[in-house]
Design a protein around this ligand. Structure first.
Ligand SMILES: Nc1ncnc2c1ncn2[C@@H]1O[C@H](COP(=O)(O)OP(=O)(O)O)[C@@H](O)[C@H]1O
Ligand SMILES: [Mg+2]
Length: 247
């Protein structure tokens, strides 16, 4: 097996009386493409938020390459090679597609974190290469707000990819996208990730997509991982059928 890239031990966080993350032990090896499935409220986003520094766990640890990154800021975790995209695209709608990538690339370099400023020393070649990679080059001068939803999601992922992550975590990359657009979006995304050799995690509700693109599935139920393994096996698991697929 490839080396372990991301690991969590006993990761926990509650909101009020609800255990959104309930002692999660998890490992992800380099090169995996993991789909996280689970009903709304199962704790998928909470897990992603803790791993990427947007939430601090009340207990447990997150390790990247064996180093403890628990509680580091999102910016610091990004610098260590973990990037993410969001369920609702965090794009700059009044800017062009290319400017969005330039701003995203600048944010990584900018130690003071000035918001929405473009650093002149940013690697323009890598921005343009990323635009090509996700097939948005022809739209690079279009205002982001004019993109159809599928391409907005693609742009959001591209803003994470331009940071050259080793691990990309995508929270529902296809939500809000029409079923016709979904497959094209996933094809483009997965091809881009393969070309860059990026390990990935994606949260997804569409089981057809999960089965087609994931090398492994982890099913979340009430803040816990109820099943984890090869896609076919997890999708046949009675608890998963009852609580996740049928639910
Ligand atoms: N910031 C928050 N404040 C209070 N409760 C929250 C917060 N974030 C998530 N929760 C609760 O934690 C549980 C898990 O939420 P979430 O991780 O968003 O689930 P999922 O992404 O699987 O839909 C839900 O019950 C949700 O209402
Ligand atoms: Mg969520």
């Amino acid at each position: 097996m490839n080396p372990i890239l991301l690991k969590t031990t006993g990761l926990s966080l509650s909101f009020g009386g609800i255990s959104a993350c309930d002692g999660i032990d998890f490992e992800l090896a380099e090169g995996e493409r993991l789909a996280i499935v689970g009903q709304n409220g199962a704790g998928k986003t909470t897990f992603v938020n803790i791993c990427t520094g947007y939430l601090k766990p009340s207990a447990g640890h997150v390790y990247l390459d064996g180093e403890d990154i628990t509680g580091l800021s999102p910016r610091k975790i990004t610098r260590r090679g973990v990037a993410r995209s969001f369920q609702i695209p965090q794009i700059f709608t009044e800017h062009t597609v290319r400017e969005c990538l330039l701003i995203a690339a600048s944010a990584r370099r900018d130690k003071l974190g000035f918001f929405r400023s473009i650093d002149r020393s940013v690697d323009v070649a890598s921005v343009d290469e990323t635009l090509k990679l996700v097939q948005l080059a022809e739209r690079s001068h279009l205002q982001a707000r004019l993109l159809p939803e599928g391409q907005r999601k693609l742009l959001d992922v591209a803003m994470a990819l331009v940071l050259n992550p080793r691990l990309l975590i995508m929270d529902e990359p296809t939500s809000g996208v029409s079923s016709e657009e979904k497959h094209e979006l996933m094809e483009t995304l997965m091809k881009a990730l393969s070309e860059r050799k990026v390990t990935s995690i994606f949260v997804e509700h569409d089981f057809e997509i999960v089965e087609r693109y994931a090398t492994r599935i982890a099913a979340w139920i009430s803040g816990k991982i109820a099943a984890d393994g090869p896609p076919k096996k997890v999708l046949e698991n009675p608890e998963v059928i009852r609580n996740v697929i049928g639910g």
